[in-house]
Design a protein around this ligand. Structure first.
Ligand SMILES: [Zn+2]
Length: 264
């Protein structure tokens, strides 16, 4: 069984402020180590649940956060950005059986995590009228290849969103955001539960967790800066929507990934 793992940091246990997520910042070291431990727990759980081959994507900022020294021999890792539209799930294709997202976070526009955002911090993204999370975008990206997401860890706001999308996707909540603060569980609990829950999520039948792709996508990219919205509205088939939004309609989710790759 082939498993794909995408790892971010803003949903890792304890992360609360941006300097804790930035490569080489003085506050970063513990959180980079905790991200590594949570990913290692997911890998152990996946292997315990039957994974024979794992592709891991470091998917935060520099994409060079994880300490890879303890990766098992059946695991490959993508560091850095490929710059193709699959982005945070680069390399995921129909050969995989399941995907797992570690350290994911609430969507841009959400009050549920002080580090909430979607893909960038200068714009929010809506799909079909609702603010969209990186979870939703990457779950649809996986669905393009027929691959379901079986486990996600991140903040409580995200786990509630996931259960509204599909209640069979297994989740673990690492923390809750309140204003500019977080209440986190013990980092040890996250590691223990990630390992256990990833292993059990491998047994959930694929058809129970496969999220269907909508037939049509109305994408709105809502910028903080209206001049950026105007400039980016010249993307092919995009339109400017006053006063700070680019709108784009398609029935092909790969075109959604393409516009997000260029405009966020
Ligand atoms: Zn991130």
């Amino acid at each position: 069984m082939k498993v794909y793992i995408s790892a971010d940091i803003e949903g890792i246990t304890g992360t609360t402020t941006w300097s804790e997520t930035e490569l080489n910042a003085p506050d970063y070291q513990f959180f980079q180590q905790q991200m590594t431990r949570e990913v290692e727990a997911a890998i152990e759980g996946a292997i315990a649940g039957g994974a024979t081959e794992i592709l891991l994507k470091d998917a935060h900022d520099s994409a060079r956060n994880l300490d890879i020294s303890n990766l098992p021999i059946n695991c490959k890792v993508i560091r850095g950005w490929t710059y193709d539209p699959m982005c945070m799930v680069a390399g995921l294709d129909q050969s995989f059986d399941r995907a797992i997202f570690i350290g994911y976070h609430s969507k841009g526009g959400s009050e549920r995590n002080p580090l909430s955002h979607t893909l960038c911090t200068y714009a929010d993204v809506k799909i079909n009228g609702e603010y969209a999370s990186e979870f939703l975008i990457n779950t649809y990206a996986a669905a393009l290849h027929g691959v379901p997401v079986s486990f996600v860890s991140g903040d409580v706001g995200l786990t509630e969103e996931i259960h509204a999308v599909n209640e069979n996707i297994v989740t673990f909540a690492t923390k809750e955001g309140i204003g500019n603060a977080t209440i986190s569980v013990s980092p040890k609990l996250t590691i223990m539960e990630t390992k256990r829950l990833v292993a059990s999520s491998m047994k959930v039948p694929r058809q129970h967790i496969q999220v269907p792709l909508p037939e049509r996508f109305m994408v709105e990219i809502i910028y903080r800066d209206h001049t950026r919205a105007y400039r980016n509205s010249f993307y092919p088939n995009a339109t400017f929507k006053p006063h700070n939004t680019v709108e784009f309609v398609t029935d092909d989710f790969y075109e959604v990934l393409r516009i997000l790759q260029f405009l966020t």
